[in-house]
Every structure is written in C-alpha cells, then in structure tokens.
Design a protein around this ligand. Structure first.
Ligand SMILES: O=C(O)[C@H](O)COP(=O)(O)O
Length: 228
C-alpha cells in the first residue's frame, strides 16, 4: 500500500487579488506561506513519511512544497519539477480580475470557463508578452505543446503522461509520493484517480494548502482518502 499526497499551493498574491493566474508565475501571499507551513506540521503530526516529491515549474507550488517538507523534516527527499503539473493555462483571462470578468462576460460564462470540463477560455496569441512561448523555462519544449489556453480536458491530457511515467511507477514500487501542484492540475488528477465523470467534476473544488492523503492498493485503487 502506498500513500499519495496532493497539496494545492497556499494562497498566492493573485488568489488574494482575485486574478486569473494560470501559468503566470506569482508568489505566495503571507497567508499562503503560513498555510504551507501548517500543511507541513499536519504531515508531521500524521506521521506521513514521504519518499518522492513532484511539483510544477511555478514558484507558488515549489515554495509550498519546500515549506511543507521543511516543517515535516523531509526537505531532503528527491524532487522533480515538470511543466505538466502546472496550473491549467487560462489563456487571455490571465491577469484579469475574476469579479470584473463576471461583470463583463456574465457570471454564467465565467463559471463555464472556470469549471466546465471541455470549454476553452479565450486563447492567448504566441506573440502576446504573457505567452509561455516567450519564457525561457519552456524553451526545450516542442512549441506545439505550449498552450495558449486550456480547459480541464486538455489539462488532464498533458498531466497523464507524467502520471504514467513518474507518479504511478513510484507508487507501484511502494513509495509514498507528494504532488504539490495547482487547483486545476489536481482536479484533473483527482478526476482520473477517483473516476469522476465529466459532469460531476464541475463541483470539485480543491482548497489551498490542505494536504489530501490517499491510501492506494497495489492496483492504485483508492482505499482511503482524507484531508488533513
Ligand atoms: O489559475 C487560477 O486563477 C487559480 O489558480 C485557479 O483558479 P480557478 O479557481 O478560477 O480555476
């Protein structure tokens, strides 16, 4: 039996300002740092011994992982960062205020962009200064995989190869794994892991900075789930 811990990053500065963030690389807020440290204390109190960490290439997730591992005396464990665990790319919505967008486009439209499974947000063009195509950290990627905007379906499709190649093999080898990522990359993984339907995934919210611990059997079926 292996343990799999999901943790969404602590509150970010843009969560605090209610801005669409996606692939924008923003810092944790003061409260987000406190949430991440508290998550580490909870992991320690629960006696969870981790073997391997995975995170995105965005600092709000990386820093959350580090604070949580430090607080639980496990900062030494191996860690791999991948763009495949990034937040879903919010396209041209990135940087816009969520409440203002709801006034401009209507609440229902914004809810669909945020929570539907397969509706894409307005796309960002490659020459937009906000585009990831301009960002050195993605320079080694095939330009075709750099998104201009993603829905949850596309997010799931780019997260799954990482699950298959890294996370699942570790779990099958009996390792306890922590994945520090984002609201929507974790919604995608949760959908897969728990077999949630395309319709029902609309209702799943993942809170910031709260460790979610799964016990998995030898076929990676969920035996138990708890939020610490
Ligand atoms: O990218 C963002 O704006 C947030 O991290 C997640 O936002 P959401 O709750 O609107 O999907």
């Amino acid at each position: 039996m292996s343990k799999l811990v999901f943790i969404r990053h602590g509150q970010s500065e843009w969560n605090l300002k209610n801005l669409f963030t996606g692939w924008t690389d923003v810092n944790l807020s003061e409260n987000g740092v406190a949430e991440a440290k508290e998550a580490g204390r909870k992991l320690k109190d629960a006696g969870i011994q981790l073997d391997q960490a995975y995170t995105s290439v965005l600092k709000r997730a990386i820093m959350t992982l580090h604070y949580a591992l430090e607080e639980s005396d496990q900062l030494w464990i191996p860690e791999v960062k991948s763009w495949r665990l990034n937040e879903r790319h919010y396209g041209d919505l990135q940087g816009q205020n969520k409440a203002e967008a709801a006034e401009k486009f209507g609440e229902e439209q914004v809810h669909i962009w945020r929570r539907s499974y397969d509706v894409l947000p307005p796309m960002l063009s490659e020459d937009d200064p906000r585009s990831a195509a301009q960002d050195r950290r993605y320079a080694n990627l095939d330009p075709n995989v750099i998104p201009g905007g993603e829905n949850l379906k596309v997010t799931l499709e780019r997260v799954m190869p990482f699950w298959e190649d890294h996370i699942a093999p570790d779990l099958l080898a009996g390792k306890n794994v922590i994945v520090a990522a984002h609201g929507n990359s974790l919604r995608a993984l949760t959908k897969y892991l728990e077999g949630i339907s395309d319709d029902d995934i609309i209702n799943l919210e993942i809170p910031t900075g709260q460790p979610i611990v799964y016990d998995l059997d030898e076929n990676l079926k969920v035996v138990d789930k708890k939020q610490l």
